[in-house]
Design a protein around this ligand. Structure first.
Ligand code: SF4
Length: 385
C-alpha cells in the first residue's frame, strides 16, 4: 500500500440495453440524461476537498461509460485533473462495450489521457452473447479492438464469463483459446452468478441448464492453464495479466489504498472512512445541485475489526497473498495475535501456505490451489468473532 497516492472511480450508470444476468446499477438513458448526470458528477468533483497526494489510478466503470458522448467523459477527466495532481504514469481506464466505441471516441479518450480500455466481451460465441442479452457480436468486439488499437491503446483488457447456461467445458475453452491469442494485456475471467431480480433468475427454467459443479471447476482450472500458455499470469483469483499490466485500480482496491468513488451508487474508502453515494438518481442529481456532499453520501462507520477482515478477504484473493509486515504496518498488530489459530489450522488442512518473499519484504500468507477451490470457506474463517 502506497500512502502517497490514491485512486478515483467514476460510475457511469447508463447502458444501451439491460443484459439478462445483470444486477449492476445501470439503466437505459439518452443524451439529455447523460448530460444532466455528467453535470452532477462535475458538481460532486467541485465539492471534493483538496488532496496533496497524487492520483495514480482513475477508472470509469458502469454501466457502459463508452455509451455516453466522449466529450462528457473528457469533461470529467479534465475536472479531476484540475482538482488533483496525477502521477506521470497514472493508469486511466474506461470500460467499453463492443459496438459502442467509435474512432472519434477512442481518439478523444487518448487525447485526454485515458490509457487503458477494458472491454466487456464475455464470450466469443454469438449464440451465447444473444442469450445473455448482450448488444454485440464477437465481430463487433474485434472491430472495437481494432478501433482502440488504431487510436493508440496498448493496454487492453477483456472480461470473459464461465458457468453460463448451456455452456460446456469445450465451449468455454474455445472462448479462452480465441481470447488468449488476441494480443491483449489483461483478461478478467469470472464465473456467472445468478443474481436475484435479473431476467435470468426469474426465467431460469427457460434457459439451457447451468453447468454442474464438476464442469464449473474444470472451467476454472483450465483458465489458468490456457492463459499461462499465452503469457498471462494469474495475480488474483479472477484476474490475469501479462507482466507489468496488472490493473492498478483493482490492486489498490484489494490493498485498501484510499480511493474516492464518484457518481450514482459509488462507494469510496477515503481518509479512513468508508462511504456510499445514494443509488437514487433523483436524490443524486438534486443533492449535488445543492452543493453539499452530505446530501448524497452516507458515511459508514468501519471499525478496525471490519478493516482487518476486509483486508484479509481481499488480500487472500491475490495470488501473492497477504504480507505479514504490511499487516503490522497498517494495523499495528502482529497478524498472529489475531489469526494464529486460523492460520495454523488452514496450513494443516492444506488450504493456506506461508512463503518467504524477500524482494517484497518477508513472509506472506496465501491460499494453496486447493484453498482457492474452496476460497469462500477459507475466507469465512477470517471473520473475527
Ligand atoms: S453492459 Fe454491463 S452494466 Fe450494462 S447491462 Fe450489461 S452487464 Fe449490466
Amino acid at each position: 500500500m502506497n500512502p502517497d497516492v490514491f485512486g478515483v472511480y467514476v460510475h457511469i450508470p447508463f447502458c444501451v440495453h439491460k443484459c439478462n444476468y445483470c444486477d449492476f446499477l445501470s439503466f437505459l438513458g439518452a443524451g439529455d440524461a447523460h448530460r444532466e448526470y455528467t453535470k452532477a458528477v462535475l458538481q460532486e468533483i467541485e465539492e471534493l476537498d483538496e488532496d496533496r497526494r497524487q492520483v495514480d489510478s482513475l477508472f470509469f466503470g458502469g454501466g457502459t461509460p463508452s455509451a455516453i458522448d466522449s466529450s462528457l467523459i473528457v469533461s470529467m477527466v479534465e475536472a479531476l485533473k484540475n482538482k488533483f495532481s496525477f502521477s506521470k504514469d497514472a493508469e486511466i481506464t474506461i470500460e467499453c462495450n463492443p459496438g459502442t466505441l467509435t474512432g472519434e471516441k477512442a481518439s478523444d479518450y487518448i487525447r485526454c489521457g485515458i490509457n487503458r480500455i477494458s472491454f466487456g466481451l464475455q464470450s466469443t460465441d454469438n449464440k451465447v452473447l444473444k442469450m445473455l442479452g448482450r448488444i454485440h457480436t464477437y465481430e463487433d468486439f474485434t472491430q472495437s479492438l481494432d478501433i482502440a488499437r488504431r487510436a493508440g491503446f496498448t493496454n487492453i483488457s477483456a472480461d470473459i464469463m464461465s458457468a453460463l447456461p448451456g455452456q460446456s467445458v469445450n465451449d468455454y475453452v474455445n472462448t479462452l483459446n480465441t481470447v488468449a491469442e488476441l494480443g491483449l494485456q489483461h483478461i478478467s475471467a469470472y464465473s456467472l452468478i445468478v443474481e436475484e431480480d435479473t431476467h435470468l433468475y426469474e426465467h431460469l427454467k427457460d434457459y439451457p441448464p447451468l453447468p454442474d459443479e464438476d464442469a464449473e471447476r474444470n472451467m476454472y482450472h483450465v483458465t489458468e492453464d490456457i492463459l499461462a500458455g499465452a503469457g498471462f499470469y494469474r495475480y488474483e483469483i479472477s484476474n490475469y495479466a501479462k507482466p507489468g499490466f496488472e490493473s492498478r485500480h483493482n490492486k489498490s482496491y484489494w490493498e485498501l489504498t484510499d480511493y474516492i468513488g464518484l457518481g450514482l451508487g459509488a462507494s469510496g474508502f477515503y481518509k479512513g472512512k468508508r462511504y456510499s453515494n445514494t443509488s437514487d438518481i433523483k436524490t443524486y442529481i438534486d443533492g449535488t445541485a445543492k452543493g453539499e456532499l452530505s446530501f448524497i453520501r452516507e458515511v459508514e462507520e468501519s471499525s478496525v475489526k471490519d478493516r482487518i477482515e476486509e483486508y484479509m478477504f481481499l488480500g487472500l484473493r491475490k495470488m501473492e497473498g497477504v504480507s505479514y509486515s504490511e499487516f503490522l504496518k497498517i494495523f499495528g498488530q502482529d497478524i498472529h495475535s489475531i489469526y494464529a489459530d486460523v492460520i495454523s489450522k488452514g496450513i494443516k488442512q492444506g488450504l493456506l501456505e506461508e512463503y518467504n518473499n524477500p524482494a517484497e519484504g518477508g513472509v506472506y500468507l496465501k491460499l494453496t490451489s486447493y484453498g482457492i477451490d474452496v476460497s469462500n470457506t477459507v475466507m469465512s474463517d477470517f471473520i473475527i468473532d
